[in-house]
Write a protein that binds this ligand. Structure first.
Ligand SMILES: CC(C)(COP(=O)(O)OP(=O)(O)OC[C@H]1O[C@@H](n2cnc3c(N)ncnc32)[C@H](O)[C@@H]1OP(=O)(O)O)[C@@H](O)C(=O)NCCC(=O)NCCS
Length: 161
């Protein structure tokens, strides 16, 4: 029997196949996409470093990141379109995690699915820093089991011990 995709109910009440989900590692062709996401106003607002990142600086950073065995960048796709990213950086005792969901894909469970899969695939301790006023990311972190471990200077630390 052919494999059938799960069905969802659209906002018009019709049945439609659920979009195909795929999680993959970033590749050289993602350079422009990741620069666009890095310079997205919400990403800058949520970031420690709020300046616009220059394309040449990004190109060098991304080339290093792709070669760095201590760093993994995951891209989530729906029906072949990139919708979100998560970045894992190894650090003493575990990994630091950060994430971003494309504006058009927000509020549909993409962030939760992305983080749940990355957490499931990554053994050991995980830590993420979220600005205290970033209610969406704090709720997302809680929804995948990351525990609030303290708050300092407007940054909330969430962990999987
Ligand atoms: C924060 C962000 C990652 C959330 O991703 P998302 O795919 O929209 O989130 P989901 O749809 O998977 O929702 C996960 C949880 O977050 C909550 N949430 C999502 N958007 C929210 C919002 N704007 N306000 C409050 N809660 C929100 C959902 O209700 C859900 O929680 P629940 O299960 O308790 O209902 C996304 O909005 C984003 O990338 N924002 C801009 C950049 C950013 O903040 N990056 C992270 C820096 S730490």
């Amino acid at each position: 029997m052919p494999h059938q995709r799960p069905m969802i109910t659209t906002r018009h009440g019709r049945s439609a196949p659920a979009p195909a989900w795929r999680l993959r590692l970033a590749e050289p062709r993602d350079e422009a996409l990741l620069l666009r996401w890095r310079n997205d106003p919400a990403a800058r607002q949520a970031s420690h470093q709020q300046d616009l990142v220059d394309a040449a600086v990004h190109m060098q950073w991304f080339a290093r990141a792709l070669r760095d065995p201590e760093r993994q960048i995951f891209i989530a796709e729906l029906d072949g379109q990139p919708v979100a990213m998560a970045r894992l950086e190894r650090e003493p005792g575990g990994h630091q995690l950060s994430w971003f969901v494309d504006e058009a894909a927000r509020g549909r469970g993409v962030g939760r699915r992305l983080l749940a899969e990355v957490l499931a695939a990554t053994p050991g301790a995980i830590r993420a820093e979220i600005k205290s006023d970033n209610a969406a990311s704090r709720r997302l972190a809680a929804s995948v089991g990351l525990i609030a471990a303290g708050e300092c200077h407007g940054i909330c630390l969430v962990v999987r011990p």
